[in-house]
Design a protein. Structure first.
Length: 181
């Protein structure tokens, strides 16, 4: 896979390969540049690959859940996402840089990653289709380090897929409970 040629004109998109498997392809201008694949359908461990780089993402914790991103095969966190489903989620890199994932339009399901001082970096607009979950990713501003932007694209999608999967599980549980009552 090639490196992502970041620019504000770049057309990034996440596409689910099979609606029954948690596996997604990242494309840039319709060319495959990365992937995000969960190890198990119901697990939280996922592998991310872009341009020869390989990371693992995993949700941990119960009362204070968080997601870690690590270089594959290493134990040091590259970034930790402090999950807050009812408010903004903080994304904190090992070097101290922080970003925020926030919902900007509930009706159209638009999500944005911003810098700590509020500058918009990325916009996600996830949708569900019979084929699976997809989202265009709009690059709104460039980061000094392209790897930071790559990790934000991967982590943002991981968090959104996790959020929507949890919502689907809750809806299914509610429907089964109502049927059995």
């Amino acid at each position: 896979m090639n490196a992502i040629p970041y620019s504000t004109e770049l057309q990034l998109a996440w596409t689910q390969l099979d609606s029954h498997k948690p596996s997604y392809i990242l494309s840039a201008n319709r060319e495959e540049v990365g992937s995000l694949t969960w190890s198990k359908s119901m697990g939280t461990l996922a592998d991310a690959r872009v341009a020869g780089r390989h990371w693992t993402l995993k949700r941990e914790g119960f009362w204070k859940p968080y997601v870690t991103v690590r270089n594959a095969g290493q134990n040091a966190n590259v970034v930790v996402a402090e999950l807050h489903w009812l408010r903004d989620t903080r994304l904190v890199f090992g070097d101290g840089r922080s970003f925020v994932l926030c919902l900007i339009n509930m009706w159209r399901q638009e999500w944005m990653i911003k810098t700590a001082d509020g500058q918009a970096i990325l916009r996600f607009n996830p949708t569900h289709t019979p084929e699976g979950m997809t989202s265009p990713v709009q690059v709104l501003a460039l980061e000094d380090d392209p790897e930071i932007l790559t990790i934000l694209v991967l982590l943002g999608w991981y968090l959104l897929v996790s959020l929507y999967s949890s919502s689907d599980d809750a809806a299914t549980t509610a429907a089964i409970t109502a049927t059995l009552s």
